[in-house]
Design a protein around this ligand. Structure first.
Ligand SMILES: O=P(O)(O)OC[C@@H](O)[C@@H](O)c1c[nH]c2ccccc12
Length: 265
């Protein structure tokens, strides 16, 4: 059984932070993963920067650009997994990459190398469900959960998507791009109920979760809550302290405090 399944079964944590690999540097990413694992999270989404992040809002686009300026690639993200596993980090890791780098790398090779690097799951947001069969088969064989995204849509389409879900189902709270939202419509709760009733695996919600009251609300209706932009924004605000050796420790404790406050009821 992989770390992801075990983590959901333990029901201890619900937070799934997203961070952009290499923002503001690879060294800092490695320390951020340690700091998130120490604070206690369900899993970590490690984003591979991409030049055309169509599903990302301005905060994550900016993080992607900073990481691309550092020349960060999919290989660096795989290397990051390997390093933190060697460091003894056991938190489940989810490789988060757009489809283009995946096809360039080669599906079978990527699944093999991601598992070898200690990843437990992969999310490819712009790979339509209809085109994900091959990746899902490789993932199934190798023990890498290919996690589907499902947006508010028809019940039938949700049923089709979740039927073959691995790891968990990523429920997108609303259409559009990633980014902090101040409120969520009542339809989101109905959507979550529908996915919950149809999904054979745990469900998590993402898009716009940025405050502890959102986490408190959605942790009652899902098994995991993804926070990306709000955390990436905080990391961006702290980047000058994070990159300098003598202020990094304090900046990392600020990141920990940010995650901790998200978890308070
Ligand atoms: O940033 P938000 O609104 O907190 O949403 C999570 C999101 O950042 C993360 O899961 C993610 C990053 N890039 C994506 C692209 C598509 C779907 C999801 C994502």
């Amino acid at each position: 059984m992989n770390r992801l399944t075990e983590a959901f079964q333990r029901k201890e944590e619900v937070l799934i932070p997203f961070i952009s690999c290499g923002d503001p540097s690879l060294d800092v990413t490695r320390e951020l993963i340690h700091c998130l694992a120490e604070e206690g999270v369900l899993a970590i989404e490690l984003g591979v920067p991409f030049s055309d992040p169509i599903a990302d809002g301005p905060v994550i686009q900016a993080a992607s650009e900073r990481a691309l300026e550092n020349g960060v690639t999919l290989v660096d993200a795989l290397e990051m997994g390997k390093k933190v596993r060697e460091d003894g980090v056991e938190v489940p890791l989810i490789l988060f990459t757009y489809a283009n780098p995946v096809f360039q790398y080669g599906l079978a090779a990527l699944v093999r190398d991601a598992v070898a690097a200690g990843f437990d799951g992969i999310i490819v947001p712009d790979l339509p469900f209809e085109e994900s069969e091959e990746l899902r088969q490789y993932g199934q064989k190798a023990g890498l959960a290919v996690i589907p995204l499902v947006a508010p849509t028809s019940r039938q389409r949700i049923a089709d998507i979740v039927a073959s879900a691995q790891g968990f189902v990523y429920c997108v709270s609303s259409l559009g791009t990633t980014g902090m939202r101040h409120g969520f419509s009542g339809e989101v709760d109905e959507f979550l109920q529908t996915v919950r009733s149809l999904s054979p695996v745990p469900i998590a919600i993402g898009f716009g979760i940025s405050e502890s009251k959102h986490v408190a609300h959605f942790r009652k209706r899902t098994d995991g809550v993804v926070v990306g932009s709000a955390l990436v924004k905080r990391i961006g605000e702290l980047q000058s302290s994070l990159v300098s050796e003598n202020s990094r420790k304090r900046a990392l404790s600020e990141v920990k405090a940010f995650v901790r406050q998200l978890k308070t009821e």
